[in-house]
Design a protein around this ligand. Structure first.
Ligand code: RM4
Ligand code: MN
Ligand code: MN
Length: 398
């Protein structure tokens, strides 16, 4: 059944205010700990990552910024900023969230800001402060912090001492922020630490953020929860507390699988968007949230998978915008349980693909971004240009 013109317009308006950030690392060859399956067209340099991200934005019109991981993308630190900013601009995108890498160097074997080694703590803080400088130069609003820190055996570290080191480190980071800059504190229950992760859940992120200062907010990566956890409830709480800074979207069946958003459980993403849009309806204010994708596709074509992701995000956001909020609020007040639940189910089951197509055409974008990308010949050219370099790179687990 086609949408009524009222719902159609509502969907169009919702899309006008929706944008989602792409991850630079989603365009490079990545893998599992058992190995990488190399794609001949994968990006081999930061300019190539930005070019690929630019393609996704060119065809979807919905992802104007690209998150970067500093050691992977800015090997010379701040010196790389002018060149890469220019490259980004020529690719039709901008540099987005700045992600420090405080997990790969040997010094971080026992942690970064939470390491018992003061040298490691100093190195981590100094790298993060360099990232704040990059953030200033690029004009990026968000510094996005993820830490691999934790311990893997009972008794092998002081949980409270590590918490205190983290609190101090995050306070020092906060003190370096200025203007409109924010720091987003991401949590993850396990991996690579398998006993006690130093920022394991949203409560810990919240407390660290509160101790750091008002520019610190919580970042929710959808893959970073235990199976039964109610993510939209966390989202609703953080909204209510004005502490929700942003998202890393991805899907999973088991743990931090980084599968394509909505591939396993699209209703989950819909429920998250619904909590946000219901909050906006109720309060009359815009939720100030950075929507970001954190996925690296090892098996699917990287650019195609990213176009699929962005299209899915738009669909689920548009569906959530079609919930009848006043009917829902009324049903909730009356404890009309079936009616209340149906408000969500009804919106979720609407076919909004026509809205997305009309929105795209109204912006001068292709009605079918996947098809337009496939017709463009970009992948074939990238395969020829990058193939030899990619095939020369090998990786194995041991
Ligand atoms: C983590 C997490 C972070 C990402 C690192 C490299 O699992 O999701 O956001 O930056 O991986
Ligand atoms: Mn993440
Ligand atoms: Mn992750």
């Amino acid at each position: 059944m086609p949408l009524t013109s009222r719902l159609h317009d509502l969907g169009l308006r919702a899309l006008d205010s929706f944008a989602i950030e792409l991850p630079s690392w989603g365009f490079a060859n990545t893998g599992t700990r058992f190995g990488k399956f190399i794609q001949p067209a994968a990006a081999t340099t930061t300019p190539e990552k930005l070019a690929d991200a630019g393609e996704v934005h060119k065809f979807t019109g919905c992802c104007p910024t690209v998150a970067v991981h500093v050691l992977w993308d800015f090997p010379n630190g701040a010196a790389d900023v002018p060149g890469l900013e220019k490259t980004a601009q020529s690719c039709g995108v901008k540099i987005g969230a700045i992600n420090p890498n405080v997990f790969q160097d040997q010094i971080y074997k026992h942690g970064s800001l939470g390491s018992p080694d003061p040298e490691a703590r100093r190195a981590a803080l100094s790298h993060i402060l360099d990232c704040v400088e990059i953030q200033r130069l690029t004009g990026s609003r968000d510094l996005s912090l993820w830490f691999a820190d934790g311990t893997s055996y009972p008794g092998s570290g002081s949980i409270r001492q590590r918490k205190q080191w983290f609190t101090e480190g995050l306070q020092a980071v906060h003190a370096a922020l200025s203007g409109n800059q924010r720091m987003l504190v991401e949590y993850k229950p396990f991996e690579p630490a398998f006993y006690a992760t130093d920022i394991a859940d949203w409560g810990m992120s919240y407390i660290y953020s509160k101790h750091a200062g008002p520019r610190a907010k919580v970042l929710v990566d959808t893959g970073h929860h235990y199976q039964a956890q109610n993510i939209e409830q966390i989202v609703a709480w953080l909204l209510d507390l004005d502490m929700l800074g942003g998202f890393h979207f991805n899907d999973r069946r088991y743990a931090d699988d980084d599968l394509t958003m909505g591939s396993i459980d699209p209703y989950q993403v819909f429920r998250i968007f619904h909590e946000i849009l219901h909050f906006e309806w109720e309060t009359g204010k815009r939720a100030d949230i950075a929507y970001m994708i954190d996925q690296s596709h090892n098996l699917k074509g990287k650019i195609e998978a990213m176009i699929q992701t962005v299209s899915t995000a738009m669909e689920l956001y548009a569906k959530a915008a079609l919930v009848d909020h006043s009917k829902l609020a009324d049903a909730q007040t009356k404890c009309a349980l079936v009616d209340a639940e149906s408000c969500l189910k009804d919106a979720f089951s609407l076919d909004v693909r026509g809205v997305i197509r009309d929105w795209a055409v109204s912006k001068g974008l292709p009605a079918d971004p996947m098809d337009a990308f496939r017709q463009s010949g970009y992948l074939e050219t990238a395969t020829v240009e990058r193939g030899a370099k990619n095939m020369a790179s090998v990786s194995s687990y041991a």
